[in-house]
Design a protein around this ligand. Structure first.
Ligand code: UD1
Ligand code: UDP
Length: 373
């Protein structure tokens, strides 16, 4: 069977690292990298560190508005699909590259398999929420990380086959977190001691594009009572610079600004942090897997199980709530929320079943397949 996989940015490189190798053991895969993320720190380093196959189609379609970016991608992906004539197109997550891959496939009459289907923040102001909902409702195969995702799709009457596979980021985290936890170099480079710093990431458009919210984010960071390592996403760096706030952060003694880090250095810092402060989706999961308390700088999350379990708390940009959350008592239990680290195998099994025309690996339309974690 032949699959075209469309990826384009940082979290998708991580997800492809889990799936592509397993997929290629049984099927043919053509990898299309849209180039949505093009800086080496957000792209090449992941390909090198995580062993992602070299993309068969390397495009350069990053930057610009969501609409312009998606339109450029659609135009570029259409001829690739016409030429490759794949049995299905595989997309991950909720970015512009996801939507473009899915819509180009749908227009070409090619079945779509969506990894991380059914995640919802229920906030349609987020470009990611639009991308998720639209992609899910075009997909034949809805590969879900959690039962919550399955239930969300059932409630929306999504017509594709729902299969609970677990989360492919867990596969990667299980592989790399133990090694990263033994690497002290990134902590030394940042000048921090285990357990005595927080790690911070922020890049969500809703947090950094609005000047008032960006100022609130900076105020929150300035008020933190312990060292904070902040690998700066380029969107955030540009917005801080434009608002004249980059110097403010740079001159704060307790804040260590770094360029975006590779997966291994970032994971090394994550595993020893006293807490993770983030508005990232993937990082909320990874903090949970590492047993690091998470403080989410949003008022919604798709990863509700991390909150329900007591390991994650939503504080939006409330400075006092964030600081109070640093001192909360963590639960003793950390159950397996997103699978057992073998999600990629289940993704590939479900893709194989799609190819043989057995919906949802035997589950039938609208049913959760039998291959859950
Ligand atoms: C995108 C995704 C977001 C995901 C994030 C992962 C969408 C709508 N957003 O957000 O869901 O969480 O990636 O990190 O798809 N830029 C650079 N260098 C790069 C890439 C981007 O400088 O390599 C700058 C450009 O000015 C660009 C801006 O960052 O315009 C935003 O990049 P973009 O890919 O549009 O969105 P992200 O904020 O990265
Ligand atoms: N990540 C990284 N270096 C960083 C910040 C994040 O390697 O400096 C990794 C992180 O471990 C996770 C992924 O990038 O695997 C999350 O991507 P991001 O936060 O950009 O996107 P989101 O998950 O919010 O879509």
């Amino acid at each position: 069977m032949r699959f075209v996989t469309v990826i384009g940015n940082r979290p998708q490189f991580v997800k492809a690292a889990a799936v592509s190798r397993v997929l290629r053991e049984q099927h043919e895969e053509l990898l299309v990298n849209t180039g949505q993320h093009y800086d080496d720190e957000l792209s090449t380093i992941f390909v090198t560190e995580l062993g992602i196959p070299r993309p068969e189609h390397q495009l350069s379609l990053g930057s610009g508005s969501n609409t312009a970016q998606t339109a450029r991608m659609l135009t570029a992906i259409e001829p690739i699909l016409a030429d490759a004539r794949p049995d299905a197109v595989l997309v991950y997550g909720d970015t512009n590259s996801t939507l473009a891959g899915a819509l180009a496939a749908a227009q070409a009459g090619v079945p779509i398999a969506h990894v991380e289907a059914g995640m919802r923040s229920f906030d349609r102001r987020m470009p990611e929420e639009l991308n998720r909902v639209l992609t899910d409702h075009m997909s034949q195969l809805l590969l879900c990380s959690s039962q919550t995702a399955i239930d969300n799709l059932a409630r929306e009457h999504a017509v594709g086959d729902r299969v609970l596979v677990g989360d492919v980021m867990v596969d990667v985290a299980q592989l790399f977190q133990p090694r990263a936890a033994a690497d002290d170099v990134p902590l030394r480079d940042a000048g921090v001691e285990p357990g005595q710093y927080v790690l911070v990431t922020a890049h969500r458009a809703g947090n950094v594009d609005d000047p008032g919210r960006l100022r609130a984010l900076v105020d929150l960071l300035l008020a933190l009572p312990l060292p904070a390592v902040l690998p700066l996403h380029p969107r955030t760096g540009a917005r801080l610079d434009a608002a004249g706030l980059l110097d403010t952060l740079q001159s704060a003694d307790h804040i260590r600004l770094t360029p975006p880090l590779g997966y291994l250095a970032f994971t090394a810092l994550l595993t020893r942090a006293r807490a993770m402060l983030t508005d990232s989706g993937g990082v909320q999961k990874e903090a949970y897997l590492a047993g690091v308390p998470c403080i989410t700088l949003r008022d919604t999350t798709e990863w509700v199980e991390t909150v329900d379990s007591g390991w994650n708390v939503l504080v939006d940009l409330d400075r006092d709530a964030a600081i109070a959350a640093l001192d909360r008592t963590m639960p003793a239990a950390r159950p397996e929320l997103y699978g057992d680290g073998h999600a990629a195998e289940r993704v590939v099994a479900a893709l194989g079943a799609l190819a043989t025309g057995v919906p949802g690996a035997g589950g039938g339309p609208g049913a959760a397949g039998p291959v859950g974690p």
